[in-house]
Design a protein around this ligand. Structure first.
Ligand SMILES: [Zn+2]
Length: 302
């Protein structure tokens, strides 16, 4: 979809919503327009929002409608952000449902999807649009991505990825190939950087305990000042609360420039099927290992 068509679709979606549920977009005391309502959602989520508007219409008592309006309906890093003024009880549970639905709805097409990363950006994508995002992120640019797209691949039974995808839903093999192609270069760590990064070992040992098996660094380029990605390979499954605790500890110890990703070792066998395919493939193809620092002998000798 080109940008003009997308813009037209977006305007049509918003105009229809305002026409159908004018009270939800009204500025209290102001003119009846949507000024001040921040709306920025991808087309795949229009259905999620339409359902939300409809449910709020059905659940909000007439007498309370005058105090209600949406303030913010936005997609941010693959999550739906919603803010509104007015009575909370009939609306909040519907907002939670809408967020949950958005979390599994492809932002591009509205089919089932999952929230996945491509080069630091998260979005909810179906497999088809995940591949599209990976190709957009091709480090050698669009022409290299197109060349791969139109070249027969032995791993795909000598079919081109284009033909392969046209024949049916994208398989894990195709996703894995696209992931591998989109990987950034393997970073080179200068000794000073390596020494500094090795200091994350004790920090994460404490946060992740025995589950922590190894550490790898990817997307690390101090000159670009974008920090780097720290991949902690763990035994068992990657736990969200352990991840949050570890992120806090890293920040407290001066490592807020590192984005932490927990990857279950078992996921490395099938990166395309993992919860975090991008971090899995970084671990496999585009990262360097960070060994535990050697104990400082001079310090140990008393
Ligand atoms: Zn899609």
């Amino acid at each position: 979809m080109d940008s003009t068509t997308a813009e037209r679709r977006y305007r049509a979606f918003l105009a229809a919503a305002q026409l159908r549920y004018p009270w939800q977009f009204r500025c209290p005391g102001g003119p009846e327009d949507a000024e001040g309502v921040q709306v920025d959602v991808p087309p795949g989520w229009y259905g999620v929002l339409e359902r939300l508007f409809e449910q709020v219409e059905a659940g909000m008592p007439m007498a309370e409608r005058h105090g209600f309006r949406w303030r913010r309906l936005c997609a941010r890093q693959g999550m739906l952000e919603v803010a509104f003024d007015g009575l909370r009880d009939p609306v909040s549970p519907r907002v939670v449902e809408a967020r949950d639905r958005a979390a599994v709805t492809c932002e591009a097409c509205g089919y089932p999807g999952a929230r996945r990363e491509v080069a630091g950006r998260f979005a909810v994508s179906c497999n088809h649009h995940f591949i599209e995002r990976l190709l957009h992120g091709h480090p050698q640019g669009e022409s290299a991505a197109r060349h791969w797209w139109d070249t027969p691949q032995p791993g795909l039974g000598n079919r081109t990825p284009a033909a392969y995808m046209a024949a049916g839903p994208p398989s894990e093999v195709l996703i894995e190939q696209a992931l591998r192609l989109a990987m950034p270069p393997v970073p080179t760590l200068e000794p000073a950087h390596r020494q500094r990064l090795q200091a994350v070992w004790p920090v994460l040992d404490e946060a992740l305990g025995e589950g922590l098996r190894s550490l790898r660094v990817a997307e690390f380029n101090p000159r670009a000042r974008r920090g780097g990605t720290l991949i902690a390979l763990v035994a068992g499954s990657a736990d969200a609360s352990a991840q949050a605790a570890a992120v806090t500890r890293l920040a407290r110890n001066g490592f807020s420039d590192l984005r932490l990703r927990l990857v279950a070792q078992s996921d490395l066998v099938a990166p395309a099927a993992a919860d975090d395919p991008w971090a899995c493939m970084l671990a496999l193809e585009a990262s360097v290992s960070l060994s535990r620092a050697e104990p400082d002998q001079a310090f140990l000798v008393r």
